[in-house]
Design a protein around this ligand. Structure first.
Ligand SMILES: Nc1ncnc2c1ncn2[C@@H]1O[C@H](COP(=O)(O)OP(=O)(O)OP(=O)(O)O)[C@@H](O)[C@H]1O
Length: 242
């Protein structure tokens, strides 16, 4: 069974078709990126797949569960690290993690074990007692990913995980995201071509709500007759591929 399978997924806002008859599959354990220029429909796709907004038509199945009919089941197997910062600024890093453990009703033992595990995995030890609002953007993002991992999701959505971060912090986060590969299915949206190319098993490029191509970075370059991935993206989006 695929981790995600969308069938004719469509979202209309009045006269705008934000996502237009999208059909794609994401394999289990895969790191899958959604790319597209502003307004291509990436965020709307993620919002539908994470049950934050309902499709106008079509459906999607996450580990076999329908986003239209099995909302509670879908929500129990996914987590989202959203574009906008999701941490409580007045709480420390540890308190933020404890809060989410509380939401999931963990016992004290499970909470402590989970926090230790994630603190180590995300290397949060040095900031564990700091107020989240005082952390730099990169650390806040790290914490947000840790919070998303608390529920042990089968599918993790990362919406622009390195937006606005400097190149060093970005490369640290890439290392972190790479370390999650295979453990959890990851769907990532980004505007950074090198990020998609560096991290993804496969990449879907969207334009005007439609899927232009979905393949590995190498195959996409080949299809566009381009030497580098950015050139391939530009050609495909402008409709200039050979
Ligand atoms: N709540 C909404 N109401 C009306 N139109 C919307 C709404 N959300 C998105 N849209 C429109 O749907 C289209 C797709 O938007 P979406 O945010 O999904 O694109 P995106 O690829 O994520 O863009 P960006 O890279 O800028 O985040 C755009 O034309 C946008 O203006």
């Amino acid at each position: 069974m695929e981790a995600i399978k969308t069938e004719g997924l469509t979202k209309k806002y009045r006269d705008v078709v934000a996502v237009d008859n999208l059909s794609l599959s994401v394999h289990r354990g895969e790191l899958f990126s959604l790319l597209g220029v502003n307004g291509a429909g990436k965020t709307t796709t993620i919002k539908m797949l994470s049950c934050l907004t309902q499709p106008t038509s079509g459906d999607a199945f996450l580990n076999g569960k329908s986003i239209c009919r099995d909302v509670a089941a879908v929500k129990s197997i996914i987590a989202v690290s959203p574009q906008e910062t999701a941490v409580a600024p007045g709480l420390t890093v540890r308190e933020n993690l404890e809060l989410i453990c509380g939401v999931h009703g963990f016992s004290k033992e499970k909470r402590n074990a989970k926090i230790s595990e994630l603190t180590e995995l995300l290397e949060l030890n040095e900031v564990i007692k700091k107020k989240a609002g005082k952390l730099s953007g990169g650390w806040q993002r790290r914490l947000s990913i840790a919070m998303a991992l608390i529920s042990e999701p089968e599918i993790l959505f990362l919406d622009e995980p390195t937006l606005g971060l400097d190149v060093l912090v970005r490369s640290d986060l890439w290392e972190l995201i790479r370390s999650l590969k295979g453990k959890v299915t990851i769907v990532l949206t980004t505007h950074y071509m090198e990020e998609a190319e560096e991290l993804s098993d496969r990449i879907a490029i969207m334009k005007n709500g439609k899927l232009l191509i979905c393949d590995s970075a190498d195959k996409i370059k080949e299809a566009a007759g381009a030497d580098d991935f950015e050139q391939a993206f530009v050609r495909l989006v402008k409709g200039e591929s050979k």
